[in-house]
Design a protein around this ligand. Structure first.
Ligand code: EPZ
Length: 427
């Protein structure tokens, strides 16, 4: 089990290069199941979510190989089963996309209930509502979701709330479903648009992605395609916050500045300077961070996946700030860890009140989920002394070469490998 050891006090300076978007890869890799040819996906991030998906597709019979460190080639044609393997599937939330992809190809899918970041209950009722609207029936037993249809048929679906997962899953089920499917109240995240662009590159007919109404005309056949994934706006935002927290001066390369607008706006509100270029942003920290209030919203609002990272910044700002987590029922499991470093945060349901403190002080903490783990790194960078972060496998699910990238900016961070605890009975 690895740990990260972070010693605070260094200003981050220099250049960091952003990888492909985890949440786009998590949608596009299962989407290749729908193809009747070989797909080549470029700018794939080297993260454990991608490795798990590769293992799932291989175990289902697909041919999967890395052409180079960021290009994956997938030939889904040998897949003959609509059952996804239980163990790897339950490790991540995105495996729920296998339901839509397998249903779209085989008119049946049997997939374990999804796992992933467990910061709160994460139902899939809207995914199932969409599949039912297309004519499928489903059962939930033995930890498996079994969805099937005699004949899928396009239909109108009005989502009860904006949900990225349901929007993506219904798109996957609908692209080869005869007729017109209309998804209303659809999610508009950049990775929803990226998936639609990939599907259309394969020959699908998906229109309106990026707005709240997506129209899909089913087609009989999808070709193999070559496609390059968009940069990860949350990885980029994480390094932007780290630069601001350490009063640094960092250029974040390989970004789409438009995808970062809500993050940039909040940093500028706090007094940070952000210079935008075509494919990069420069973040210059300031001596005194202004307090500010944050409400997480579906895109283009402030992203919930940046909430924990900003909580660190607000913890060392002047004054008291309010965070309103309006996307998930609760996403504050990291607060207990941040308090160990001296943060003054009180939580009541979806609201967190953050009282700025003069300094944080290093202590042993753990990564309770992917983005919370990234927030612990940022906290360690600004804390006085040494911060040890446990359970870093959560961080490695979504951040490629995170230690190397932070070290390249001057962070004092290293990996300590700790032998697996041998259970007493085994001694
Ligand atoms: C995706 O999760 C992302 N994961 C999350 O990123 C991200 O936080 C989230 O979208 C919001 O942007 C992936 O893309 C793999 P939702 P998802 O469906 O699809 C409720 C990260 O750190 N809901 O948009 O699970 C749900 O409980 C991860 O990269 C239902 O009630 O999120 C939540 O309150 C963490 N029923 C809200 O909708 C449903 O059927 C939004 O969830 C589906 C969702």
């Amino acid at each position: 089990m690895d740990k990260f050891i972070v010693t605070g006090g260094n200003r981050l300076t220099g250049d960091v290069y952003i990888s492909g978007a985890k949440n786009a890869a998590d949608a596009i890799i299962p989407a290749t199941i729908l193809s009747d040819g070989v797909c080549r996906i470029e700018n794939i991030p080297n993260i454990s979510d991608v490795a798990i998906f590769a293992r799932i597709l291989k175990e289902m019979g697909a041919k999967v190989r890395m052409v180079n460190k960021s290009t994956m080639e997938i030939d889904p044609r040998p897949i003959a089963s609509m059952v996804a393997p239980y163990e790897p599937v339950r490790q991540m939330r995105a495996s729920s996309y296998l339901l839509g992809a397998l249903l779209g190809r085989f008119s049946r899918a049997v997939v374990a209930m999804p796992g992933g970041c467990d910061f709160c209950v994460r139902p899939i009722d809207q995914h199932l509502k969409g599949f039912s609207a297309l004519g499928a029936t489903y059962s939930l037993e033995g930890g498996m979701v079994d969805v099937s249809a005699k004949q899928l048929k396009g239909n109108n679906i009005y989502l009860d709330m904006v949900t990225v997962g349901a929007t993506i899953n219904i798109m996957l089920a609908a692209v080869k479903t005869p007729g017109l499917t209309v998804i209303e109240n659809a999610a508009k995240e950049p990775h929803v648009v990226d998936l639609a662009n990939f599907l259309n590159t394969m020959g699908a007919d998906v229109r309106g992605a990026g707005t709240d109404v997506i129209k899909i005309h089913g087609v009989d056949h999808l070709e193999g395609a070559t496609y390059s994934i968009i940069p990860d706006q949350i990885e980029a935002g994480t390094y932007m916050v780290a630069a601001a927290a350490t009063k640094g001066d960092v250029v974040v390369h390989n970004v789409i500045p438009k995808h970062l607008e809500s993050i940039t706006a909040k940093l500028e509100e706090m007094g940070v300077t952000v210079e935008e270029y075509d494919e990069s942003v420069r973040v210059i920290g300031c001596d005194h961070l202004n307090k500010c209030n944050i409400k997480t919203m579906p895109h283009p609002g402030f992203p919930t996946d940046m909430q924990s990272q900003f909580a660190v910044l607000l913890s060392i700002a002047d004054g008291t700030s309010i965070i309103n987590e309006s996307v998930f029922d609760s996403r504050y499991r990291y607060v207990e860890e941040l308090r160990r470093l001296g943060a003054k945060i009180s939580v009541d349901g979806r609201i967190a009140v953050v009282e700025g403190v003069k300094e944080l002080v290093g202590a042993p903490v753990k990564a309770v989920d992917l983005r919370a783990g990234a927030a612990m790194i940022i906290a360690g960078l600004v804390a006085r002394g040494v911060t040890q972060i446990d359970e870093v496998e959560h961080i490695e699910r979504g951040y490629e070469a995170v230690v190397e990238k932070f070290r390249s900016l001057g962070a004092d961070i290293r990996v300590a490998s700790v032998p697996e605890k041998v259970p007493a009975k085994a001694l």
